[in-house]
Write a protein that binds this ligand. Structure first.
Ligand code: ATP
Ligand code: MG
Ligand code: FE
Length: 332
């Protein structure tokens, strides 16, 4: 089966094509317009999606060397995400399906981040644990089957990606700051500064305290040295990243023990972080885990993950009708 998939939940307009479980196109149009706002501006995002959607669809068809009449189903991100952004993708998917008389497949964006592990080999086997760390979510998920997943721990406030992006904002770095912190961190000392670890007993996370601690620390240092950030950027980034990664993996370790599972995956934009990837691999040697780390292009938002989710839903003939609407918040 040939599935065309559309992702538009945040600030990436992406279209992918999946041919019998193989990704043959994955076009991603990034939006640079948000760089100077310290975050995604929803109104601007939906407008850019509208400009990008048709050319991105056309490019995906070219890349996959298929024509519209070869498509068997249209998959799309229904949610969660920004309503205005989702509306562009969902409306396009619905009209495209109507015009071509094709079935529609609704995909949960957070399921799709995890299912990105089924794009290429090696694939994890059920049940496995997945740490999903993205711009809006931090979740430890017990994955029992393709669409049978249970959140066993999550952030009570900020997401891990937000912790990166908000720290970057404090350091005067443009949005999204996660990749930039990663870059500077490679040149710094991760033990230069120490930040407090949240004291939460269960498998949940909290990152808002860390953000505040970093803000106060920087302000205090700047009182003594106005150039503190510029002079110590690499060490600050390395230390912040080290703290976030440490917090993330501690709870994964706890979950692995509690559920007696040794297959551990990471997913979402922050899984592109080199510090996290390296620390997870070290843990795997230490604890005998089999770890699954997605290819970089499948960490941040992309339609390939929507297409692979669509592929498994197509097998189950799990379609939705034209009355489907986007859902900015969606049950997991
Ligand atoms: P959600 O999936 O929760 O709806 P989203 O789709 O906006 O949120 P993703 O695209 O999955 O999130 O991830 C974007 C986040 O990943 C941003 O916060 C970004 O800073 C972060 N990120 C991307 N690359 C890196 C990196 N190398 N290191 C740290 N963070 C990173
Ligand atoms: Mg993005
Ligand atoms: Fe995402």
């Amino acid at each position: 089966s040939v599935i065309l998939a559309i992702e538009s939940s945040c600030d990436e307009t992406s279209v992918a094509i999946c041919n019998n479980g193989k990704i043959t196109a994955n076009v991603i149009a990034n939006q640079t317009i948000h760089e100077n706002y310290g975050g995604v501006v929803p109104e601007l995002a939906s407008r850019v999606h509208q400009q990008n959607i048709v050319p991105v669809i056309q490019q995906a068809l070219i890349d996959a060397k298929v024509s519209k009449k070869d498509i068997n189903a249209i998959a799309f991100t229904r949610g969660p995400g920004l309503l205005g952004s989702l509306l562009v993708g969902v409306s396009f998917a619905k009209s495209f399906a109507l015009a071509l008389d094709l079935p529609l497949i609704a995909v949960n964006h957070m399921h799709a981040h995890i299912l990105a592990h089924f794009i290429d080999d090696p694939k994890p086997s059920f049940p496995f644990l997945c740490l999903t760390v993205s711009g809006g979510h931090t979740q430890i998920v017990l994955v029992k089957d393709y669409f049978d997943m249970e959140i066993v721990g999550e952030s009570l406030d900020d997401a891990a990606g937000e912790a990166f992006d908000k720290t970057a904002k404090i350091l005067n770095l443009p949005y999204p700051g996660g990749p930039l912190i990663d870059l500077h961190a490679t040149k710094g000392n991760p033990l230069a500064y120490k930040f407090p670890e949240p004291q939460i007993k269960d498998l949940n996370y909290s990152f808002s305290g860390l953000k505040t601690a970093i803000l106060y620390f920087i302000r205090a240092q700047e009182k003594m040295n106005p150039d503190f950030i510029q002079e110590n950027l690499n060490d600050i980034c390395a230390s912040v990243q080290h703290s976030i990664v440490h917090i993330l993996l501690n709870k994964v370790k706890k979950a692995a023990k509690q559920y007696n599972i040794k297959e551990i995956a990471i997913a979402g934009g922050v899984s592109a972080n080199t510090g996290l990837r390296k620390a997870l691999e070290e843990k795997s040697e230490e604890l005998g885990w089999k770890v699954f780390i997605p290819a970089f292009q499948f960490c941040t938002d992309n339609a390939a993950m929507i297409a692979i989710a669509g592929h498994y839903k197509f097998i189950n003939q799990e379609f939705v009708g034209q009355d489907i609407a986007p859902a900015s918040r969606m049950e997991f």
